[in-house]
Design a protein around this ligand. Structure first.
Ligand code: SER
Length: 588
């Protein structure tokens, strides 16, 4: 029976053998992409390259990518939903296309040298065509030539066989999806791949990225035709192992054992099945998020982490675990994943410390909050906006948790009212922050690219004017403004701000070419003055230079010449935490 470790190893080996280079497993927090909170697919960190920028490792890539999807976090606990999961992917950046991609997938799945899946168990779907793009007869033809019987090739519309997050701009295209027949009886005459009854489980998705969706909703053909495939590790092995759900695979065994020990039970009672699954899922997600530097906060990524940790604590309580337990469980997660993710062990002390702090905070208020919830529910049979806000403000209940408790008890919760209440209190609405960032691909608009180059100049200008010890602590760019965090222990004076602006505007006036070189990490460390190096061992990296003024390790994209930037202005400079300042600036 194939294990998850074996699947990952074989996948990388197969595509390496076929000329692919292994690329790093990127951080769960996207670099230079303000449109999404988390990496939610293996292709996500590759967007600039899918749009044509050369990738330092070439045109055929493969990896195992950690992903986090929070859009359906409330469904975690049913058979196949996980918020955190690993995705296997192989990519062609303007290299091979359908005629190589489909046969490779079929060979990997069915050859006895590789997964050896019974061919009769597989069926596929292809894009049926519409006014935006034509019917994918080419993929269907390739499947037929490989021996896939015609009756197991299904043509489905855009909502099933097209990839590119809804509403977002960026690279997208028709896909062909491969399904594994679990062997159970069809749910009816209409049952086919795409049906949710559990007979057909999707195991692989090959996207043929031929289009770029523009911000006015058009699909323009990309100059570079790409392939983007994705295979969910947990889902695929659970299907192949004949399990009914992802939690029955070997990945979760050490966690289940640990939870039984913590809850002091021999078996998990049926009514606690959902709770144990949520605890396992959320602990994995929290461990990996903390390892990537996210800390519990009330906004953005930190809010999602907080809600995940608090959700896990509440479900732990439901299982009778009253003491702090996340640190022990997180250690088990680190143990499972450390071989391929050495950064987990390196960050162990930090991860456990944050979990301990957050558990302490929430444990202090959880029981009282639950009591308050019950009192209100008994009396009013609903949680109105003010109640939900009180539970948030005084007892630390993220709105999603209040809603979940409401569902369990058939008590409606006024979520829109809660968000209004949040706004009134001048807080950033965590829920809407999450939604705003919920989907979307890298924002590659021209303005964003300009601001990205301006950020590099600003970074260096701060070192010239303030201190050579300035380092970047964070950066977030939209098409309207840049935001740059750096270490500095006091407010900048007006003169200093003007001086920094002057340096940046001078570099813009000098019309300096922006150049890029690809090199090893070791070389890059010698050349680049600035970089957030992360865990990219043994990989080729890109260094962007602005004349001899600035050199940064960075994945781009950037403008070609600083003269394209216009006029730089600092809008605001303020403190965001002890010793860290934030500049907001625009190009005009
Ligand atoms: N991007 C596609 C997916 O997430 C294939 O990798 O399914």
């Amino acid at each position: 029976m194939i294990s998850s470790d074996k699947l990952k190893k074989m996948y990388l080996e197969f595509f390496q053998k076929n000329g692919h280079k292994i690329i790093a497993n990127a951080s769960l927090v996207p670099e230079n992409d303000p449109t999404a909170l988390f990496i939610s697919a293996g292709m996500h960190p590759l967007v600039p390259y899918l749009l044509g920028q050369p990738h330092p490792s070439g045109t055929k890539l493969v990896n195992v990518q950690k992903c986090l999807r929070t859009s359906d976090v409330d469904e975690v606990g049913d058979s196949f939903h996980l918020s955190f999961f690993e995705m296997l992917g192989n990519w062609s950046l303007g290299d091979y296309f359908k005629a190589e991609s489909i046969p490779w997938s079929y060979e990997f799945l069915t050859s006895n040298e590789w997964l050896g899946i019974d061919k009769d168990r597989l069926s596929v779907t292809v894009f049926a065509g519409d006014e935006d793009a034509s019917r994918d007869e080419e993929s269907a033809g390739i499947w037929k030539s490989l021996g896939m019987p015609e009756e197991r090739i299904y043509y489905l519309p855009k909502e099933d066989n097209w990839w590119g997050p809804a509403g977002a701009t960026g690279p997208c295209g028709p896909d062909t999806e491969i399904f594994y027949d679990t062997g159970i009886e069809p749910c009816g005459a209409e049952c086919k791949p795409g049906c949710s009854c559990g007979k057909y489980n999707e195991i692989w998705n090959n996207v043929f990225m031929e289009y770029n969706k523009t911000s006015d909703g058009r699909y323009e053909l990309l100059e570079q035709k790409n392939v983007d495939t994705g295979m969910g590790v947990e889902r695929t092995i659970s299907v192949m192992q004949g399990k009914k759900n992802v939690y029955e695979t070997e990945i979760f065994v050490p966690l289940i054992e640990k939870i039984k020990e913590l809850a002091e039970v021999e078996e998990i009672p049926d009514e606690q099945e959902k709770s144990i699954r949520v605890v396992m899922d959320h602990t994995r997600a929290a461990t990996f998020l903390l390892a990537d530097g996210v800390v519990p906060r009330n906004i953005e990524q930190g809010y999602v982490l907080r809600r995940i940790i608090r959700g896990a604590i509440r479900h732990g309580r439901r299982m009778g675990i009253e003491r702090e337990f996340l640190t022990e469980l997180s250690l088990a997660v680190i143990g499972i994943y450390e071989a391929d993710n050495p950064h987990l062990r390196k960050k162990e002390a930090f991860i456990l410390n944050e979990l301990r702090k957050e558990s302490k905070k929430f444990n202090n208020t959880l029981i009282k909050g639950l009591r308050r919830f019950n009192r209100i529910a008994d009396k009013k049979k609903e949680i109105d906006a003010k109640d939900a806000f009180l539970l948030y403000q005084s007892f630390g209940f993220p709105i999603e948790i209040t809603v979940e408790i409401g569902k369990e008890n058939n008590i409606p919760v006024d979520v829109p009212g809660f968000e209004e209440e949040m706004k009134k209190h001048q807080k950033v609405s965590s829920a809407s922050a999450d939604r705003k960032f919920g989907s979307g691909l890298a924002d590659s608009q021209k303005e964003t690219v300009k601001l990205h180059t301006a950020t590099h100049i600003l970074n260096e200008a701060l070192r010239v004017i303030l201190s050579k010890d300035i380092v970047q602590r964070g950066s977030n760019i939209t098409h309207e403004r840049l935001r740059f965090d750096f270490n500095f222990d006091r407010k900048m004076t007006e003169e200093e701000k003007r001086a920094v602006e002057d340096v940046v505007n001078q570099k813009i006036k000098q019309a300096i070419p922006v150049t890029q070189i690809e090199t090893s990490l070791e070389e890059a460390k010698k050349i680049a003055t600035q970089a957030v190096f992360g865990d990219r061992y043994g990989e080729k990296v890109t260094v962007y230079s602005i004349g001899d003024f600035s050199s940064e390790l960075c994945s781009g994209p950037h403008v070609e010449n600083t003269s394209e930037l216009g006029h730089f202005r600092i809008v605001k400079e303020r403190s965001i935490s002890a010793g860290v300042r934030r500049i907001r600036a625009v190009l005009e």
